[in-house]
Design a protein around this ligand. Structure first.
Ligand code: HEM
Length: 418
């Protein structure tokens, strides 16, 4: 199979990558792109992407998830180091921990809807907003700030840092992220120092730091949890702490925002779907899962091969960056019927087990349960409070090439103002 003409940065592909993904899947499952330094390959078939994600010995995360080589360590690493960091992070995002946040997430969602309605008057009189700016963007930032333990007055800055890191991921300029990263590190260093001071003020010596020390005089949040955690008989170093906090900050914001915008985009684009969900809110979980399948918020991430690999007759030299394209695998007709249609009548278990929007295997997203919960709550509350919601103009895309979400999604409700 020859190389087809595919430019992941081309404007047509950026606007809608899925037709090209279909061509790649059938005609060029291992695509080589030379117009980037370093040249990279792109895999689009479900079976190939799955095999890559399972075989971490061959497809390493050591050089990071972006198309450029970068060694940051911690979660962007391979076992055994990865296993240790992963265990630590997972504790803070375990389903039983996340489920305790349900009431808070509902309250935050309602406050955001209230603020949107207050700007425009009561729902019956009609109003307009932007689902990205008013709900989908602020909610995950508020939630992750709560989880990590970031003060509320720092949230705007927090979001800006997160966005800049995401932009830098797809950029060709390796220096782009450095200044921003330094600012994030300075902020988290101060936060960690405050917690160390609180522990000292409470008379708890470093040797006695553990989870039980948190709660009374030291805030009980993921940041404190990481600070007092003991791994293999030692504490995490400052560079390790900063690295993990940064990965959590960046990993959870824009992705969850995109899940929410993508979901509403598709169900408002076809108003019969919105009506169906309004009449059958119990379909919320299928709607969220189908959105993840149909519009993967992370279109793909990179691995680097530790040995030469032969795939579909293509030789991939050792240490080549290769994109595992979740967004393409999720529409592979080999695993999903009618893959190019957004449907609410799919089997929930099959969707959950098969789509790759959260990756697979060792690096499977630790924030999956949290972001699913956020999306379901937003969907339910908006369906209940704005039963006649509609799209109010064209939507636009977020710019980063390997991410997929709506940057603007104009909405209206109540009486038409036409
Ligand atoms: C819809 C929302 C989300 C999507 C689509 C998503 C997607 C992903 C994907 C595809 C991976 C796998 C990376 C790989 O294979 O290299 C991943 C890993 C990760 N995600 Fe998420 N994510 C979402 C939400 C979140 C949230 C809410 C958080 C944090 C609170 C988070 C934190 C992370 C972290 C730390 C990793 C690295 C895990 C590891 O390498 O072991 N994500 N995510």
């Amino acid at each position: 199979m020859g190389n087809i003409d595919y430019d992941p940065f081309g404007s047509e592909v950026l606007e809608n990558p899925f037709p090209t993904y279909a061509e790649l899947r059938s005609g060029c499952p291992v695509h080589r792109f030379e117009d980037f330094d370093p040249a990279f390959t792109t895999m689009t078939r479900h079976a190939d992407v799955t095999a890559m994600l399972r075989d971490w010995k061959t497809w390493s995360s050591h050089y990071g998830q972006s198309p450029r080589f970068s060694v940051t360590g911690c979660l962007f690493s391979d076992p055994p180091a990865h296993t240790m960091y992963r265990r630590l992070v997972q504790q803070g995002f375990a389903p039983r921990v996340v489920d305790r946040m349900e009431a808070d997430i509902r309250r935050l969602t309602d406050e955001l809807i209230d603020a949107m309605l207050e700007r425009t008057g009561p729902p019956e009189s009609g109003g307009m907003g932007d689902l990205h700016d008013d709900i989908a963007c602020p909610l995950p930032v508020l939630v992750i700030a709560n989880v990590l333990g970031v003060p509320t007055d720092q949230i705007a800055q927090f979001k800006l840092w997160s966005d800049r890191q995401v932009e830098a991921m797809g950029s060709q300029d390796p220096a782009a992220a450095a200044e921003n990263r330094a600012q994030i590190d300075a902020f988290f260093t101060e936060q960690l120092d405050n917690r160390r001071a609180d522990l000292a003020a409470a008379g708890i010596a470093p040797d006695d730091w553990n989870e039980d020390a948190l709660g009374d005089s030291v805030s009980d949040d993921v940041m404190s949890g990481l600070l007092v955690a003991s791994v293999e008989g030692r504490r995490l170093t400052d560079p390790e702490l900063l690295n993990i906090l940064q990965q959590l900050l960046v990993g959870g914001n824009e992705t969850t925002t995109s899940l929410i915008t993508n979901l509403f985009w598709r169900i408002l684009e076809r108003p019969e779907l919105y009506r169906e969900l309004r009449d059958h809110p119990e379909l919320d979980a299928v709607a969220v899962e189908e959105s993840l399948r149909f519009d993967a918020p992370v279109l793909g991430l990179y691995r680097t091969n530790t040995r030469e690999v032969e795939m579909h007759g293509v030789t991939i030299p050792e240490t080549t960056k290769s994109m595992a394209t979740y967004g393409a695998a999720n529409r592979d007709p080999a695993v999903f019927d009618d893959p190019e249609t957004f449907r609410l009548d799919r089997d929930l278990d099959h969707l959950r087990r098969t789509h790759l929007a959260f990756g697979l295997g060792r690096h499977f997203c630790p924030g999956a349960h949290l972001s699913r919960l956020e999306a379901r709550i937003v969907l339910r509350r908006v369906l209940e409070r704005l039963p006649d919601l509609r799209l109010d103009g064209p939507t636009t895309r977020i710019p980063t090439f390997l991410l997929w979400g709506r940057r603007t999604i104009p909405i209206a409700w109540g009486q038409s103002h036409d």
